[in-house]
Design a protein around this ligand. Sequence first.
Ligand SMILES: [Fe+2]
Length: 299
Amino acid sequence: MRLLVVDHFADEAQALRSHFDARFADPRRATADRFVWDLWNVRDQYTALRTPAWEYFPKKTYDAFHQRLVWWGRRTLGCHDVSPPWLSCYVNGCEQRLHGDLPHGPVAFVFSLTNWSKRTFRGGETLLMRDEVLDFWRGFVSTRAVEEPELLDEVPARFNRLVAFDPRIPHGVRRVDGSMDPTEGRLVIHGWFVQPRPFIEGPLPEKALGDAIGEVTGAIGPVLQAGLPLAGLLSLGFTVTAAGRVRELRTLADTTRTVPEHAAGRRRLLAAARKALEKHAFPRRASQSRVTLPLVFER
Ligand SMILES: [Fe+2]
């Protein structure tokens, strides 16, 4: 997985946006709540206005959004929590040049409150370096033109869009060229999904999951010990039926990476993990459970 894009993510998007617009509505009114923005400027790297999102918005609306985000991270990634998110506003000249985020969390997110379809600026896309660049010489063809679209994926910051991505991949924000009016800028809430750990919805006890993790670890151990260098997060989602059988096993998110010569080893490891889970007999319960199991590799 490089990135996941979820459009129409939050019912709270319009209320959050309206609050931002109201606070900037009259530039001649100097109320105390306007004085909360930091102009973050790291020369030749980052320039944007930013403020803690959890303090900026009305508590009830923000909490509803935050809970939605947290639960999405638990169900989709197996990440238990979200780092305290920032609200960032990009007006003319603001940008994030390419960088990797280490070690904030296994998955980064950007949630947009930008009026993207009515924007007056150019730029503002989230940029992600393409895999072909990270392994440039493998597919090198001397006659093929290489320009920015071949080097960078760009994701428009559409209103109410959540983008989750592997923050180790060099990424950035294309420089915004346009208005100095904050209400016409690129506006996003962003942060990291953190604390990967197993997550169960249903009557299955955590201890039962511990036994299954033991079996998965035993199954993938030999592949790792054979010298597979692997780093990243593999989140598996599955249902455990009332009878204790695994059903609907699927990969929810997979940021695991290795060097090209170990690609087969990586595939063997993923297959071994899935097989161990599918074979595992969980205890019987009165009803089924939904499980997200994140496995973290750091080699
Ligand atoms: Fe970043």
